[in-house]
Design a protein around this ligand. Sequence first.
Ligand code: SAM
Length: 292
Amino acid sequence: MFSHAPVMINESIDSLMLNKSGAYLDCTFGLGGHSKEILKRLNSDGTLNSIDQDQTVIKYAKKIQDSRFKFQYSKFSEIGELFLNKKFDGILFDLGVSSLQLDDATRGFSFQKNGKLDMRMDQTNKVSALDWINNAKEKEIANIFYYLGEERKSRLFAKRIIEKRKNELIESTEELAEIAFAGKKYGNPKKHPATNIFRAIRIFINNELEEIKKALLASIDLLQDKGRLVVISFHSMEDRIVKNFLKGKLENIEFENSIKIIGKIIKPTQEEINLNPRSRSAVLRVGEKTNA
Ligand SMILES: C[S@@+](CC[C@H](N)C(=O)[O-])C[C@H]1O[C@@H](n2cnc3c(N)ncnc32)[C@H](O)[C@@H]1O
């Protein structure tokens, strides 16, 4: 079984649920921590739709026997079409990977657990991390490491990957992590040298930044007047998109945003970080739709 502590559970749901009889959408069901809290607080006439692109969570969603709740296996970039004629009082995104994905070595997400490289949140997607790392051109690899991982040694790591590939496939998370480590000490002793490249590959394989942009844009039409948008991000690239969106700006995209920032950003308390170290980089932002 997988242990899982939902991040900023009270802060996020307090901001999301202004109407206990409302309709809510959880775009990142995961192990259902936030969804269950929404259901706990909902009146009998409220509803919750939850989605996730990971098929392995379907069995957890099925355990929730509640007529107010409906789960759909879907990508959140599809919410516009999925809920075409529906309006919500609140939409929640708890971005990133779940403990279910990270702690299962067979999903190939983590350099701390050796397993076959994969990193697909939706395992029906065609390209896995293994396919990509063994086929992409050196320049493309370096660019992904640099732009999506903010990795200073992007070119060096890409070069090492090409060297290693000449003799054998790079198949496991351990082999990939070793390419970044290469027996050397790295700038920050608290941070594994492969941290940035693993994150970059994960973001790339799951098309994460485009998914977020599409879903945020779709949420404008899906929210009722005074409906809330609540987003928990785990790294600066995600958070920048959310922040810019709430200010009405998205790179190369023209749009009219009627979702306005509410309050200041919220971060987990030290107590939560002590209990759940994975929450340490989380940032919560809240927006509210205004039709006025
Ligand atoms: C941090 S976890 C959510 C944890 C959840 N809030 C809980 O309390 O258990 C993020 C989840 O979002 C899902 N996810 C990430 N990107 C997605 C996307 N584009 N479409 C649908 N689900 C996505 C992942 O598969 C993962 O299960």
